[in-house]
Design a protein around this ligand. Sequence first.
Ligand SMILES: Cc1cc2nc3c(=O)[nH]c(=O)nc-3n(C[C@H](O)[C@H](O)[C@H](O)COP(=O)(O)OP(=O)(O)OC[C@H]3O[C@@H](n4cnc5c(N)ncnc54)[C@H](O)[C@@H]3O)c2cc1C
Length: 454
Amino acid sequence: MSRAAVIGGGISGIATAYYLQQYGLDVHLYESNSQLGGRIGSECIDGRWLDFGGKNIGRKYRRFREFVADLGEQDFEYFGFNTSQVIRGRVVRLNKEKARLYNLFRVLTLAGPVGILKLIPLIRAVHKDREQGFLNTPYFNAIADRFDHESLASFFPKSCAGHIIRPVTVRMNGAEPEECYPGNFGSNLALVLDSYEQLRCGMQGMLERFQAYVRSVTLFTGHHVQALECRNGKTVLHYTCGAESFQKEYSKVVVALPAVQAAELFRHSAPELSALLGQVQYYPVAVAIARYREEVFTDVQRAMVFDRSSPLSNAGAYGIRDLDIVRYTFSGKTARSMITRESDPDEVVSLGEKIVKPYFNIEKNSRTSFTYKYIWPGLCAYSPHHYRRLEKLDELIKPLKGLSLTGDYRRGASLEACFRAAAEAADLVKGGGLRGCSRIHKELCAGRDPDITV
Ligand SMILES: Cc1cc2nc3c(=O)[nH]c(=O)nc-3n(C[C@H](O)[C@H](O)[C@H](O)COP(=O)(O)OP(=O)(O)OC[C@H]3O[C@@H](n4cnc5c(N)ncnc54)[C@H](O)[C@@H]3O)c2cc1C
């Protein structure tokens, strides 16, 4: 049986191993931590596994759902879209579940007429063709060519950037609108246009099933890959396990790491590739999950988004029935200036509580337990003209036979986009062409310009 190595045991590595197994390959999956998951990691509080990172699964996550179904029957629970926003001290409710017209009116007012005119063609492009909701697709590459000299903060009018765009970028990219670019915005819009569920057994349950499911995947947890070297059509992995160092040669290798970590592996063997990977932007995010004696939220108000003056970007109920569990997310510029890897977890949670106190039942409630994680690399904000960087990356990697790169910077950071990128990386190393070309991509390949209007 032909053998492949996958580096990174987050969802990108798991997805790659899953596809390579389907191609009949024997897979060695290297993960530096003692367990799989990476940024879909969970922690156990009061006997229940709670997810820190990616947990909301869009109804339109086709590949991810196929994977979950293959692992065996797993229940989903509705997560919904229910949030409010504090704007100049006033709470503005946005709720997809009720009062849809009223909420639509709210969004239109916040975006303003120019904002709406700029948003409509972008939304239409993703709505018409879901493929455009990934990174590196023809419609948004053309947008990048025209507009990536400016950030989303200047592309959209101020109110739209502050109240409509910022909650999206801070949540999905850990970044302010001035740190994100129009050419990558389709990957955000695809998520905004979806509605969400979560796994009843959580990501931990899914990871356990994955480990029971795989037959030709060998897990090497606690194995940290330090460098990669390509020689004579083979890739040599230099890795450590405990205090010992080893090396092993493979003819097929997929690097499934955040770009900033992948850059480290090529620092000496392929400096140009390493520098390019290092240009992809990541921002940290801190997440605290706290449980309270009584319900903090109500059925109709389950989450709140805060503006850029606050280090807390959002706080929400963990699940539709978990109104006593709050997930606090700290991301964006103010969070970065106040919270570091060294911050005291208890102080960070207390800060979150102080911020949400005027809006939810915290004052007379008491916290019974909590868990906290500072996540670095946290969220990917890509780069300006990102697709050109990806093209250059492919050019540099092409001569390195049997080597492929995947991760959240390839097709987007959602779990679905990680699966999409993993499927492509697996296709490449097993020797096939790319799958899943969109209508617009096919039009471009056939020499026609796709319909692009902004
Ligand atoms: C707070 C947060 C909330 C999110 N919410 C959602 C959501 O609700 N829905 C959604 O779709 N997406 C969400 N995302 C995005 C999604 O979770 C991530 O994009 C995705 O999990 C990234 O997976 P990955 O495998 O590419 O990277 P990672 O999860 O970072 O995996 C990389 C793995 O490689 C390992 N590793 C690193 N270096 C080495 C090395 N040298 N050798 C061996 N192993 C190494 C790491 O330990 C890690 O396990 C969220 C992300 C965050 C951070």
